[in-house]
Design a protein around this ligand. Structure first.
Ligand SMILES: [Zn+2]
Ligand SMILES: [Zn+2]
Length: 402
């Protein structure tokens, strides 16, 4: 329904918007400047706009000219606590903050999709909910927007939802990848605090040393993963932080470590959670120390509906070229809070290339790097792809229905 040429008239203003967002990155759930820029960019379009209560989200509903169901398009808007070192002329003007994950492109692209869809509003066979979301980077902004009613913003539950993510590496601009089933991992966090009994380093028999206990726990957790998790439904447990003690000749009272857990199915997620609890408690018992376990399930697995993923792949191939969109061979171990949306309604989450032409996708710094650079031209790809997914899904002809 849409072509690249439809969006060319918006290209300059969308790239300007992207650069404005990039210069003033904001973190977390409260993005007042970003929200203002989005509202200004949407001004004049025939949208029903509401703002979030507990976060600075923007929900905009576009009513189609013909009756039909509603679909949702999502763009996340938050930046990262990274000090930019990318060298781009529109670099961050806020020390220690950077749009290092490319969410500035997602925001500008969703504005672009709104303009494209508004221009063909009369042809739309239903409504489009535009979900401008803060707090993707660890804050679960999508879950809060669901609680505030974004899935029902058009008056009925959306029948499908789509989002995409740019990548500064792996894929050059103009390419897209999607797959049915798990697309991204579930991400959990665990903190373990081991309580022993401190004492003199020369007399461990009169203390309960938590240090060898945590050392054994860390290695035992790696063995637990390899011995209990199916290699074809894998998991990652990484202990990234480990702290104990203050001096070489003092046995400390406590030791603590933190880990991240990644998995691709609820079965493996539950198995690993149980395995961590069993392993930590067992090792603690062997050492005669106590262990407190704080396990937090942060983001669920991002699961693409098979029919929606196939539909998204067809759409991407028509827009970008048959050899420029492909089925991703495996999921990525990153995580994404669009998973909360896809838990409620069928949909698809795509990856699209934004590696600039003067960089090698194999070696270019990846998302979250202070040196990551995202190609401006990906804004147009993303805008047209989002608009086309919505319009085609609403068209309701059998060949468009997933
Ligand atoms: Zn990120
Ligand atoms: Zn991201």
């Amino acid at each position: 329904m849409f072509k690249h040429s439809d969006a060319l008239i918006f290209e300059d203003s969308l790239i300007r918007l992207r650069h404005d967002l990039h210069r003033e990155p904001e973190l977390g759930l409260d993005l007042p400047l970003t929200q203002r820029k989005v509202l200004d960019a949407l001004d004049g379009l025939p949208l029903e706009i509401t703002r979030g209560k507990r976060l600075s989200s923007v929900t905009a509903v576009l009513r189609g000219g013909r009756p039909g169901p509603a679909v949702l398009l999502r763009g996340d808007m938050d930046a990262l606590p990274v000090h930019e070192d990318s060298g781009v002329p529109y670099g961050s003007e806020v020390p220690g903050r950077m749009h290092a994950c490319g969410h500035d492109l997602h925001t500008a692209a969703l504005v672009g999709a709104a303009r494209l869809l508004a221009a063909r509003r009369d042809e739309l066979e239903g409504d489009v909910v535009l979900m401008f979301q803060p707090g993707e980077e660890g804050m679960g902004g999508a879950a809060l927007m669901i609680e505030e009613g974004v899935l029902d913003a058009a008056g009925s539950r959306v029948v499908a939802a789509y989002a995409l993510h740019v990548t500064s590496t792996l894929l050059p601009t103009g390419f897209a990848a999607v797959r049915p089933g798990p697309m991204l991992a579930a991400s959990d966090a665990v903190t373990v605090r081991v309580c022993g009994s401190g004492g003199h380093g020369s007399s461990p028999h009169s203390a309960k040393d938590p240090v060898p206990a945590v050392c054994e726990m860390v290695t035992a957790l790696q063995t637990m993963v390899t011995r209990t998790v199916d290699v074809f439904d894998p998991a990652v447990v990484t202990v990234g932080s480990l702290h104990a003690g203050s001096a070489g000749n003092v046995i400390p009272e406590h030791a603590e470590f933190e880990a991240t857990v990644r998995s691709f199915s609820v079965e493996t997620q539950a198995r690993v959670r149980a395995g961590i609890e069993r392993t930590v408690r067992g090792v603690a018992a062997a050492h005669g120390v106590d262990a407190e376990i704080d396990y937090r399930e942060n983001y669920p697995v991002t699961v693409n509906d098979p029919g929606e993923a196939a539909f998204a792949l067809r759409t991407a191939r028509e827009l970008l070229g048959a050899d420029h969109a492909f089925e991703a061979p495996r999921p990525l171990t990153g995580a994404e809070d669009f998973s909360f949306v896809l838990r409620e309604v069928p949909g698809a989450y795509l990856g699209i290339g934004a590696c600039p032409p003067d960089r090698d996708p194999a070696t270019a710094p990846m998302n979250h790097s202070p040196r990551a650079v995202f190609d401006d031209r990906a804004v147009l790809d993303a805008a047209v792809l989002l608009a086309d997914l919505a319009a085609r899904r609403l068209r309701g002809t059998t060949e468009e229905r997933p």
